[in-house]
Ligand binder design. Structure first.
Ligand code: DAH
Length: 371
């Protein structure tokens, strides 16, 4: 039943309050029925229309005939009702406006859609996954370690003598404020992934076969072939009777799997404190096929030699095993080999990119070529 304004016989405070409350409640309820602009118009007319609106009736039926003593209170009450109704109408109008503009927005089908291009692996990460995959298929598992490392794991346990030049601030980024600590506890940004060799051997007894991907840092200013942050993959195999022959066979297989079966490998003697003997591994240049030439021009990536250095490797130095001897790594009973390669450099060669910095600038025009 639609609300009608009753005539008042009782002008007590309670009666006025009751009548006013009912009137406002009715208005509130009817406001929820407004569905269209037309509804809104009749709603307004019904409640505040000058001629016969509810508010006018309230004036005529409640205020005008009120006895003298009740005039003041009835007047206040009617004012309250007027404000409340104005408020309710105002809200209903706003709601209409909001709903009608929202409808306009949602039906404009001529606007272009939002394009969300599909992401792709970064070329360095892609190369990293390829290398890891090759070793996983040989039965290797993946280990990781912290980027902020102690001097002990980065140098001492890898058999770097106390004054080895690699410990110099020229190469290593040290964390500030570490002077009060003993040298082995001082923190630095790891300069290679080799410290995870020790960390893994502390946790796992032999035999182990692991690859260790990760970021490393060196105090090198960025240029076409250097970056203060780059990526390495370390490898470590320890068991009884592991020989240099195992090292050569494993890495030869890995290089063929990565660069193609016609690639040849070549080991040259080298030095690393944590391997003995140590070697650098070269592969026939996969740009020029080993000829040193590209057509009539000299091949730049291999500096015309036909060979490209891809990693450092060697047999784990017995001095390194001494640090983890208690976990089953007695150098008299176990032996092993290790290797470490720079992933960014390999990605650079693989994709024929001529400046390492492209990898780190985040330019979509460069990156989308690898998608
Ligand atoms: N850690 C060495 C570097 O960053 C690379 C390396 C060489 C790792 C020989 C090895 C290895 O595991 O046996 O230059």
């Amino acid at each position: 039943m639609a609300y009608t304004v009753p005539t008042l016989t009782d002008y007590s405070t309670a009666a006025l309050e009751k009548a006013g409350g009912e009137c406002i409640a009715a208005c509130t309820a009817e406001a929820t029925e407004v569905r269209s602009d037309l509804d809104l118009k009749s709603f307004r007319d019904r409640w505040i229309g000058r001629k016969n609106g509810v508010l006018t009736q309230v004036n005529d039926l409640w205020l005008k005939p009120a006895p003298k003593e009740a005039k003041r209170e009835a007047g206040m009450r009617v004012n309250e009702i007027r404000t409340a109704i104005a408020d309710i109408i105002d809200k209903a109008e706003h709601l209409r406006l909001e709903l009608s503009t929202a409808a306009i927005e949602s039906v404009d089908i001529s606007l272009p859609g939002i394009r969300r291009p599909i992401g792709a692996e970064h070329p360095v990460i892609k190369t990293m996954h390829e290398i890891i995959g090759v070793f996983q298929r040989l039965g290797y598992s993946v280990a990781e370690g912290p980027v902020v490392e102690t001097d002990y794991y980065n140098f001492e346990a890898l058999n770097f003598p106390p004054n080895h030049p690699a410990r110099d601030t020229q190469d290593t980024l040290f964390i500030a404020g570490q002077q009060a600590k003993p040298q082995r506890e001082r923190l630095l940004l790891r300069t290679h992934t080799s410290p995870v060799q020790i960390r893994t051997m502390e946790k796992m007894r032999p035999p182990i076969r692991i690859v260790i991907p990760g970021t490393v840092h060196r105090n090198d200013p960025p240029d076409a072939s250097h970056s203060p942050m780059f990526h390495q993959i370390e490898g470590l195999a320890v068991d009884k009777n592991i020989t240099f022959g195992d090292l050569k066979g494993t890495l030869d297989h890995a290089m063929k799997a990565l660069f193609g079966s016609s690639v040849k490998t070549h080991f040259r003697p080298s030095f690393f404190p944590f391997t003995e003997p140590s070697a650098e591994l070269y592969v026939t240049c996969f740009i020029c096929g080993g000829s040193g030439k590209r057509g009539a021009d000299p091949c730049r990536p291999c500096k015309q030699t036909g060979w490209i250095e891809v990693l450092g490797c060697g047999m784990v130095d017995p001095n390194v095993f001494e640090f983890v001897k208690d976990n089953g790594y007695d150098p008299k009973t176990v032996s092993g080999f290790a290797f470490g390669m720079g992933v960014d450099r390999l990605a650079l060669l693989k994709y024929g990119v001529d400046d390492l910095q492209y990898f780190f600038q985040g330019d979509v025009r460069f990156l989308e070529q690898f998608g």
